[in-house]
Design a protein around this ligand. Structure first.
Ligand code: PMP
Length: 386
């Protein structure tokens, strides 16, 4: 069906190609997060549009938020998704340290610049002119969730605030709330009438099961929230370069859907006109074919299990080396990232002496850890932290 739509020799206009592929893609994508049997999908209450991967979906939502809630701000977890450009940061840091040392200025200035250039969620909302605030999330002492502080922040935010939540495999910490904690968060959101915006960049990476990884969103649906969701297929379909994403907003009723969708399309049109078609065609073909979809689901499970296996091996290897430190957080955390607790100096040393690279906050991409390099990694971490 689609091959005939996209065959340029048939002379079909590009607009109709994009629209047909896009709407099939959106139809299938929203089922992944809200559930294929969910009432809100069946009732047609979801306004969705194709977006430029997860980043583009967040950006589009931020723009939408500014248009329709001009006085609002966004609450982001502390910490949240950072994009460290290692070379840029390191060279910027060296250069600035040199200049600052020469001028005998304060070092916090460097930290400010480093943080600003590395925090993607913050940058996305800042660029859309939406003020950003943070809410407590990670507890460095327990290397887990600071749940009571999180709930306090939810309670103390002005009624009707916008919060960004990572529904699974939190980046960069790998720390997710438990099911019970999600229920409590959802309840407190209801009390305060907050709007939850879910950034779903890693569906399948936490548990290997797409439905389990959407559990947080399903809890919010049960509690009758209106929600927004950014979806990325960069990781779970390996389509990073194709920029395939979906932005959806759950509406109060199906009558609102057309208006919200057309507003999102209008904003997108002013930013980049129409999204690319090739990657989205791959995703919609896979998701709408039961056999292909089942193959993909199996592959996501295999990949998530492999990452979990590498977490166990890394922790075991460090313990076998008699590391004096506690490494349990490696297996307590989930998803693609391990928030190792390594300090910036230790990270620098790993790069300099062992050619092991991670973000400056100590975040290891577990997807890059293999049976071939895990013992080298464990030895190097042990050497650097003993
Ligand atoms: N949100 C989070 C939490 C992420 O970790 C990422 C990517 N690293 C994104 C959004 C952006 O995803 P994409 O590459 O699909 O733009």
């Amino acid at each position: 069906m689609y091959s005939s739509l996209i065959d340029p020799l048939r002379g079909i206009g590009r607009e109709s190609v994009s629209a047909a592929v896009s709407s099939k893609f959106v139809e299938e994508s929203v089922k992944l997060v809200y559930g294929s049997d969910s009432v809100v999908v069946k009732d047609g209450r979801v306004a969705g549009v194709q977006a430029l991967s997860g980043t583009g979906a967040c950006r589009l939502f931020a723009e939408f938020q500014r248009h329709f809630h001009p006085d609002s701000c966004i609450y982001l977890p502390d910490p949240t998704w950072s994009k460290y450009d290692l070379l840029l940061i390191i060279s910027l840091q060296f250069l600035l340290k040199f200049i600052v040392q020469c001028l005998n200025l304060f070092f916090n200035y460097i930290d400010e610049i480093q943080l600003y250039s590395s925090r993607s969620h913050h940058n996305i909302w800042k660029d859309a002119q939406v003020p950003d605030r943070t809410f407590h999330y990670y507890d460095p002492d327990s290397k887990g969730l600071n749940f009571s502080a999180l709930i306090d922040d939810v309670k103390n935010a002005p009624d009707g605030s916008f919060f960004l939540l990572h529904p699974c495999a939190h980046n960069p910490t790998g720390v997710d709330p438990t099911e019970e904690q999600w229920r409590e968060i959802s309840y407190q959101f209801k009390v305060k009438n907050h709007f939850p915006f879910f950034d779903m960049a890693y569906q399948g990476f936490a548990s290997g099961d797409l439905d389990k990884d959407a559990r947080a969103i399903r809890i919010f649906l049960k509690d009758d929230h209106l929600v927004g969701c950014a979806q990325s297929f960069a990781k779970n379909m390996g389509l990073y370069g194709h920029r395939v994403g979906c932005l959806s907003i759950l509406c109060a009723d199906s009558n609102q859907v057309g208006s919200i969708r057309s507003q999102l399309q209008r904003i997108a049109r002013a930013m980049y006109s129409s999204p690319p078609v090739h990657g989205v065609l791959l995703v919609s073909t896979i998701l709408s074919d039961p056999y292909l979809k089942s193959l993909w689901i199996e592959e996501v499970k295999t990949m998530a299990n492999r990452i979990r296996g590498m977490r166990t091996t890394l922790q075991d290897s460090l313990e076998r080396l008699d590391s004096p430190l506690n490494w349990e957080h490696i297996t307590n955390q989930v998803g693609m990232f391990c928030f190792s607790g390594l300090t910036p100096d230790q990270v620098d040393r790993l790069a300099r002496e062992f050619h092991i690279y991670m973000t400056h906050d100590g975040r290891i991409s577990m997807a890059g850890v293999t049976t071939g390099n895990v013992s080298y990694l464990a030895n190097a971490i042990h050497e650097t932290t003993r």
